[in-house]
Write a protein that binds this ligand. Structure first.
Ligand code: B12
Ligand code: SF4
Length: 465
């Protein structure tokens, strides 16, 4: 059977292309069972023409869409523009998992997948091949010709990730993605995160299936995948993109010990500040860790604990950044502005804490209420979500807000977002502050495009790597 995957990365700020592990896994499982897969990677501006052409050339039996919540409007538009598609259609990933009612909202969409999709999709494809009924496949919701919807229960999370194949990197142009991200190859060794931040989808995803949510592959299995990637692609660095790389001490210590015996390639990770100290950072550095991305999210201790579900003191955050610096590891902080109930004064604490820890780079995004999360529920209850803005053609997620809040109006949130990096760095490096002020302005994307030949230099100045 032929399966055409459609991955949308439309109107995403930043410019780097991305690899999607979810589709990589689905494709690997299908190929292992003898099926043929292709990808239509929809990048940049919305345009249905490439998909129309690929449908005609490949003639798939199944068209399988994937896209995060901010991409749902493009997926809906694509399916409705091309409806009726000449194949069975399915949409999976975080969005339909947490907002399964989206099936009824898209004309021409036959089904959605709730949760992990490897075996639900394989069973669907094989049932269609054998002309069997697809109605009872666990994890799938199916729309019948009369518009009624069958909702099947979910199966448990895969208990043993080592039994799955490595993600199919050939589905995407992996080398092009690596090159577009400064020769960095992405990996995911773990599924899930042990924490429960109220703005993040993890707590909502955890409740969708039975069984253990946070699972790691064995270290040997991860190293085998790295070996395979190194043999097949030109790579200058790795980004182990797990939600919290240092969550499981036994696992990461074994990984670091074995990794440094075999590889010299520098790597970046994400983690929580409370897992970092001099000992941990020393071990990570010895293994080749180049940069750690740490979520600060909000600089107010009280706001973090009460609203975001992150109980950690500002002092603990400061000591984590200091430990990285002492070990010679670069740092990046993740921050959000425009949370429900946030005020300009609370956000000023985020600026102040970042200015105090002075990370090598900062990332800021405007809060988005993701379906099924506790904070999205709060926004709905307060009546703050402007549904119309979400549908505006020029709305770009994380650079604009869908909330109408009296205490932090939209214009002020956008201004706070655009001036954040400038305010963090102005007392440390005026050159860096100014460049970031331009990057986060309305003209930042155009300027970045014009300055493409100097990308590496600009990255060195603004990010330190
Ligand atoms: C790695 C990662 C990235 C990477 C890779 C991109 C990607 N889309 O995978 C990068 C850094 C590029 C990235 C970017 C962004 N990300 Co991200 N990312 C993740 C992360 C940490 C892990 C995802 C992953 O690889 N999981 C492992 C794979 C195997 O699982 P999976 O992708 O969920 O796929 C499985 C199922 O969902 C399902 N499935 C998926 N697609 C399909 C399709 C079909 C047809 C079927 C049947 C099944 C199916 O089967 C798969 C295999 O089991 C998650 C957090 C999380 N815990 O999920 C956030 C997460 C997915 N990201 C999120 C967001 C918001 C973004 C950005 C918008 C942020 C931004 N900076 O603008 C961009 C969007 C880019 C884009 N167009 O997708 C949100 C999405 C929330 C939501 N409700 O939509 C998450 C959940 C984090 C959060 N804040 O809550 N991300
Ligand atoms: S620590 Fe990060 S990935 Fe984990 S729940 Fe919190 S925000 Fe999500």
């Amino acid at each position: 059977m032929k399966v055409l995957f459609v991955y949308t990365d439309i109107n995403v700020r930043g410019g780097a292309m991305s690899y999607q592990f979810g589709l990589g896994m689905l494709s690997a499982v299908l190929k292992r069972a003898g099926h043929t897969t292709q990808l239509c990677y929809m990048y940049g501006q919305y345009d249905a023409a490439p998909l129309r052409a690929q449908l005609a050339a490949f003639q798939p039996d199944v068209v399988a869409f994937s896209g995060v919540s901010p991409q749902f409007r493009y997926i809906k538009r694509l399916i409705e523009e091309l409806a009726p598609l000449p194949a069975f259609t399915i949409y999976g990933g975080v969005h339909p998992t947490l907002d399964p009612d989206c099936l009824g909202k898209v004309r021409g969409l036959d089904s959605i997948c709730v949760g992990e999709g490897e075996f639900p999709l394989l069973e669907l494809v094989e049932a269609l091949r054998d002309k069997r009924s697809v109605d009872g496949i666990p994890n799938l919701h199916l729309k019948k010709p009369d518009g009624s919807i069958i909702k099947n229960p979910t199966r448990p999370f895969h208990p043993k990730l080592d039994e799955l194949p490595f993600p199919d990197r050939d589905l995407f142009d992996f080398q092009q993605i690596v090159d577009s991200d400064f020769h960095t190859a992405l990996f995911m060794f773990t599924r899930g995160c042990p924490y429960n931040c109220t703005f993040c989808s993890n707590h909502a995803l955890r409740s969708q299936q039975e069984g253990c949510y946070v699972r790691s592959r064995s270290v040997d299995n991860c190293l085998a995948e790295i070996r395979e990637v190194v043999a097949r692609y030109r790579v200058g660095a790795f980004y182990f993109n797990d939600d919290c790389f240092t969550a499981n001490r036994k696992w990461w210590q074994e990984f670091c010990e074995k990794y440094q015996r075999e590889f010299k390639t520098p790597f970046d990770i994400n983690t929580r500040p409370e897992t970092l100290n001099d000992d941990v950072c020393g071990k990570l550095k010895a293994a080749g860790c180049r940069r750690i991305s740490i979520g600060i999210e909000s600089g107010s201790e009280e706001f973090r604990a009460k609203l975001l579900g992150r109980r950690q003191s500002n002092e603990r955050i400061v000591t984590a950044f200091e430990a990285c610096r002492r070990a010679g590891i670069k740092t990046k902080s993740f921050n959000i502005v425009g949370f429900p109930f946030e005020t300009p004064e609370i956000f000023q604490e985020t600026v102040d804490l970042n200015a105090r820890v002075n990370p090598d780079s900062v990332i800021v995004g405007i809060f988005e209420p993701y379906p099924g999360t506790q904070l999205a529920e709060v926004c709905l209850k307060e009546g703050w979500i402007d549904e119309q803005r979400l549908l505006d053609a020029d709305f770009v997620g994380r650079t604009d807000t869908v909330l109408n809040m009296p205490q932090f109006p939209r214009k002020q949130i956008i201004k706070a977002y655009q001036t954040f990096a400038y305010n963090v760095y102005k007392s440390h490096s005026f050159k860096k502050a100014l460049l970031l002020r331009i990057y986060y302005s309305d003209y930042g994307q155009t300027l970045l495009w014009l300055l493409t030949p100097f990308r590496s230099l600009l990255r060195k100045i603004t990010m330190g790597v």
